[in-house]
Design a binder for this molecule. Structure first.
Ligand SMILES: O=C(O)CCC(=O)C(=O)O
Ligand SMILES: [Fe+2]
Length: 700
């Protein structure tokens, strides 16, 4: 048969296979793919498609063979690697599955599906019954020449079993891998009743190996090695668990600290390239949109790289902010929001022009855990003929300059603070504009979806958070910032790099233990098992997370992940941390509702609200429904249906909140907010104006 004809037949059979697959007729699909492969056996995607079908048909061995065929044709074919991992998983070869998923992840970093499968496989591996993993351990004398192992063995070999040598603590990764493969291939499965001594020995071997790995990774600064090994070996939930205690009864502080760091879990966070989005090819651009979408549909976080953000602007802002926070407390408090200031309890997002200082969180002895400097240096002039600026709400945002000239005053003691923060503001606005476009596309909307809703002077400040050194232990239940989710559109965060990784005193996200996906605070209501994972920001990167507003606009498609900032572990308590955060918001009158629901008929998860209503808490304007605002706000602090705060955070006095609201608290009942146009909102005052119920540490 002519080559072209063969190809034609192969393609046509494959096409029929694809159709059958989409119709979920897997047997039919398998038959078509098989015919296609008979015409042409070198089409890597047909092998990989048949593998998928065979997985669906629960034929993992056959699927594995297909993957091997595909990989022989193209060893970097990610789909085939991913499916190979799945086949191995189904065959309960968890160790191989983990390795294969890892290879696939190397080729497709941040791929959340592979990552999810990897997590599940790792867990299985950890929980696998002992006899599957066990071998008989025989110690050889140190001076025994290699190769004499068989002779030296003390126990005769049982029929059907093979003895393999495993040299412990090999220096080379490759060598170690091949030894493990040999060991596994040898099916060393003696039903071994291990004595306590053997068990202890095994534990020590593992610990010794871990220790070596961690030390060398730390020394070499190889975070990837550290994280890979700690993830693989860690069975501890909390990085604060001190494994040292189980090692020896009196661990040295170093040992203890060492294990806390070793057992911290790091999140795999996708990286999105801004340069590729703004200046790349159409394909590169689309890839960035896809990555952002995938990451926010699953984990709720990405890191932006190649932003073009001038490094010296970040550096200077961090330095000047540090100088400001080093001022005596009274000097900083001079910049507290002035009396008579528009009363916004939620300073992070609706600060008037200028700047002010806020004390966020302190411990029982009054030590500061988290303090903020809020800066909104916008130069955009408000046009007072435009109701956007001259309405009651507009005046709250935009006419404070004349009412509060002190907002424009800067501390003499910190020269350069104003200039540095102004430069930062200009740059971060640029980045925010690019992110508006990226997020709009990721949500499946027109590129200008957010831009067209953010045409006026921005209402959001740059929030500079300082987490001071903690020379006194603030206590187990205190965090630098408590678990919460943000409510803004999205946050762009860069930080001082003073060893978050080592001190464990940085940002963490809450993920589902099984799937590795980010959770939005209902995990506990739904009874899911969760764990915290630390976020490590690569040099030059910006961490991005979504707030509830994005979730509302995307009808729950893009996730607002629960996060917190932990306290540093002992030994690192003298490390402070600065984070520069932009909690980006569109215009205050932008209506927040699911637009695509109107087009495709899907059911909106949330009723309409608008930016001002979501953000301008504690305002006395009658256009707001106070109860709804307070409920939304409390949801952020993670309350359960029964009205108690989830175990994630520090307990809050729910009773007094309920009394103030005269309503039981529940996060699940806060969905419905009133509908209506901007004009209608003015007449929708349902409650007399009132202050906010309780004031506590706030977050973006
Ligand atoms: O400092 C950080 O990295 C994040 C803080 C945070 O989540 C917040 O203030 O909302
Ligand atoms: Fe936050």
């Amino acid at each position: 048969m002519a080559c072209a004809h063969k190809k034609h037949m192969a393609d046509s059979e494959k096409e029929k296979g694809n159709e059958a697959f989409y119709a979920k007729d897997f047997e039919e699909a398998e038959a078509y793919y098989t015919r296609s492969l008979q015409y042409m056996a070198d089409d890597v995607s047909t092998w990989s498609n048949r593998a998928l079908v065979r997985l669906k048909l629960q034929k993992p061995e056959a699927a594995l063979q297909d993957c091997e065929h595909a990989l022989a044709l193209n060893s970097n074919y990610v789909k085939a690697l991913h499916r190979k991992g799945k086949a191995l998983y189904e065959m309960q070869r968890y160790d191989d599955a983990v390795r294969t998923f890892q290879q696939a992840l190397l080729l497709s970093p941040g791929n959340s599906q592979i990552n999810g499968d990897l997590m599940v496989a790792r867990r299985k591996l950890r929980d696998a019954p002992q006899e599957v993993q066990s071998c008989r351990i025989e110690e050889l004398p140190d001076d025994e020449p290699v190769g004499n192992a068989k002779n030296a063995a003390s126990v005769p070999l049982r029929p059907g079993y093979t003895r393999v040598e495993i040299e412990e603590d090999s220096d080379s990764e490759e060598e170690e891998r091949s030894q493990r493969r040999r060991a596994e291939a040898a099916l060393c499965k003696w039903p071994l009743k291990r004595s306590a001594a053997v068990r202890t020995k095994l534990r020590w071997l593992r610990i010794r190996r871990l220790l070596r790995r961690c030390t060398s990774s730390l020394l070499r600064g190889h975070r990837w090695a550290l994280t890979t090994w700690t993830r693989a070996l860690s069975s501890r939930d909390s990085p604060r668990n001190c494994m040292g205690v189980t090692l020896a009864n009196q661990p040295s502080e170093y040992e203890c600290l060492f294990f806390q760091v070793c057992f911290a879990k790091f999140a795999d966070i996708s990286q999105v390239s801004i340069a590729k989005f703004t200046d790349g090819t159409a394909e590169e651009r689309e890839q960035q949109v896809q990555k952002l979408r995938n990451a926010f549909e699953t984990q709720g976080m990405v890191v932006l790289m190649d932003t073009g953000f001038p490094e010296d602007v970040v550096e200077k802002t961090i330095q000047r902010s540090r100088d400001f926070f080093a001022l005596p407390r009274a000097a900083k408090e001079h910049f507290f929001e002035p009396p008579g200031y528009p009363p916004r309890s939620y300073g992070a997002v609706t600060t008037p022009r200028g700047k002010h200082y806020m004390l966020q969180q302190s411990d029982d002895s009054g030590n500061i855990l988290n303090e903020w400097l809020l800066v909104r240096n916008t130069t955009v002039q408000s046009d007072m003929k435009d109701p956007y600026y001259s309405s009651d709400e507009g005046r709250e945002f935009f006419s404070s300059e004349s009412k509060h000239p002190e907002q424009q005053e800067w501390p003499d003691q910190v020269p350069g603070l104003q200039e540095a923060t102004a430069a930062y503001y200009v740059q971060v606005q640029k980045l925010a504009n690019t992110m508006y476009r990226l997020f709009a596309l990721a949500m499946g909307e027109q590129e200008d979806f957010f831009i067209s809703r953010a045409k006026r002077a921005p209402i959001w400040p740059v929030t500079i958070a300082h987490y001071p050194p903690q020379l006194k232990d603030p206590g187990e239940r205190k965090a630098r910032i408590q678990p919460h989710w943000d409510r803004t559109l999205f946050a762009l965060i860069t930080t001082s790099d003073r060893g978050d990784e080592e001190s464990n005193g940085g940002l963490q996200i809450l993920v589902d233990k099984e799937t590795g996906e980010g959770v939005d605070g209902r995990a506990e209501v739904e009874g899911r098992a969760t764990e915290w994972q630390s976020v490590v920001r690569p040099a030059g990167g910006f961490v991005v997370n979504c707030g509830e507003m994005m979730s509302r606009w995307s009808n729950g498609r893009l996730k607002h992940v629960v996060h917190r900032v932990q306290n540093p572990v002992p030994g690192h308590a003298d490390a402070d941390r600065i984070s520069l955060m932009a909690y980006v918001l569109p215009d205050y009158d932008a209506v927040v509702e699911c637009e695509h629901c109107k087009r495709d008929g899907s059911k909106p998860l949330y009723d309409k609200t608008w930016v001002g209503e979501m953000m301008n808490w504690a305002s006395k304007l009658p256009i707001y429904n106070k109860t709804k605002q307070d409920l939304m706000r409390m949801a952020q602090g993670l309350y359960t249906r029964s009205g108690s705060q989830t175990k994630l955070g520090e307990p809050t006095d729910v009773k007094s909140l309920e009394q103030a609201l005269q309503a039981p608290i529940s996060i699940l009942d806060i969905g419905p907010l009133h509908n209506g146009t901007w004009e209608e909102k003015q007449s929708l005052a349902q409650q007399p104006p009132g202050g906010s119920a309780v004031r506590r540490g706030e977050a973006g």
